[in-house]
Design a protein around this ligand. Structure first.
Ligand code: NDP
Ligand code: OXD
Length: 310
């Protein structure tokens, strides 16, 4: 028998449990917080575990993150050393994220906001149609998600500037890396997309300095984590016209509190952390694959580098 613990609140949890048990009959599944045998738990499936609980499971051998971002797991001060963390990497998650970014970029590029204003004024006024080649897009983070978005946007003719921690060579994409190259990367970006993991190096990276390094009237899309953004700096950059708008899917506090200034700021578009999701069938299959690899002693895929924080 192999014991796993699910620490996750979801409507379809029963379905997930049924499917896991159907595929792996020797699986014993417990669901937090009613854990009968903490001393038997060998694997944990979670996204945002309560702080400090990881030390309760002396046999813990693997943690499976139900999200692509793992900062909520890594923040636990009691995280046992040397326990591998595997994160979700799934083609549907990637393609849906790219769809969201395309939508946000094309709204800017095809003047959706200007036409909305014209429609409200019942004013018929065609605007000059811009070329995609005149709209440079910056992508912070050239990982699984950033690379796919970069390639897809580039296929439509948008010039792309990508930024990562280590050097990259991606066809058609002008790549920058490291803090020294951040400002040169930003200097021509009409639209900036944040797809970085949240680490101590990237926290607050969408700040006044970053916005000032971009051309006046640029647009910011944050689909990574709320804590990448310094909220007051965004509002100041929008007030001054340094930024023309922002599309935000993630927030420091989720759900975004009632009366938060972002809700009513006309140039801010808000979605409730839905840039991407996977369908439960793909998600479950990916969990089954990981559990089987682990149980059979095969190499685990999509391992998190705990030192790097992603
Ligand atoms: P990856 O780990 O595949 O890629 C991360 C990228 O960020 C890499 O290119 C990495 O550089 C770069 N990076 C990390 N630290 C730095 C740094 N200090 N300076 C410059 N670049 C850095 O992650 P994913 O693409 O899978 O996901 C990215 C993030 O998107 C997740 O961590 C999560 O927070 C967010 N997300 C949001 C979702 C939503 O619904 N809104 C859904 C899924 C994910 P290098 O390549 O050199 O290592
Ligand atoms: C994730 C997310 O990290 O949904 O997967 O934000």
């Amino acid at each position: 028998m192999f014991s796993i613990l699910i620490i996750y609140e979801a409507e379809n949890l029963e379905l997930l449990i049924t499917e896991l048990k159907a595929s792996i009959p020797d699986l014993d599944i417990e669901v937090w917080p009613e854990v009968e045998n903490p001393e038997k738990i060998e694997a944990i499936l979670t996204w945002k575990p309560p702080l400090g609980i990881m030390a309760k499971f002396p046999q813990l051998k693997v943690i499976m993150s139900l999200g692509a971002g793992v900062e909520q797991i890594l923040r636990d001060p009691n995280l046992p050393q040397n326990v591998p963390i595997v994160r979700i990497v799934e083609p549907r998650v990637t393609s849906r994220m790219t769809e969201y970014i395309l939508l946000a970029v094309l709204r800017v590029h095809r003047q959706a906001f200007a036409y909305q204003t014209l429609q409200q004024a019942q004013h018929w006024q065609p605007l000059p149609l811009p070329e995609t080649s005149s709209c440079t897009i910056g992508i912070l983070g050239l990982g699984i998600l950033g690379t796919d978005a970069a390639r897809t946007l580039n296929t439509l003719g948008f010039p792309i500037r990508g930024w990562s921690r280590t050097p990259k060579n991606i066809d058609g994409i002008k790549c920058f890396h490291g803090l020294d190259q951040l400002q040169p990367c930003l200097s021509q970006c009409r639209v900036l997309v944040c797809l970085l993991p949240l680490t101590k190096e990237t926290k607050g990276i969408l700040n006044r300095e970053t916005f000032s390094a971009m051309p006046q009237g640029s647009y910011v899309i944050n689909v990574a984590r709320g804590q990448h953004l310094v909220e007051q700096d965004l509002l100041a950059a929008l007030d001054s016209g340094q930024l023309s708008g922002a599309c935000l899917d993630v927030f420091s506090q989720e759900p975004l509190p009632e009366n938060h200034p972002f809700w009513s700021y006309p140039q801010i578009t808000i979605t409730p952390h839905v840039a991407t999701q996977t369908d439960s069938e793909y998600w479950t299959q990916s969990l089954i694959d990981t559990i089987c690899c682990f149980r059979d002693g095969l190499p685990l895929k999509n391992l998190v580098n705990r030192q790097q924080g992603y």
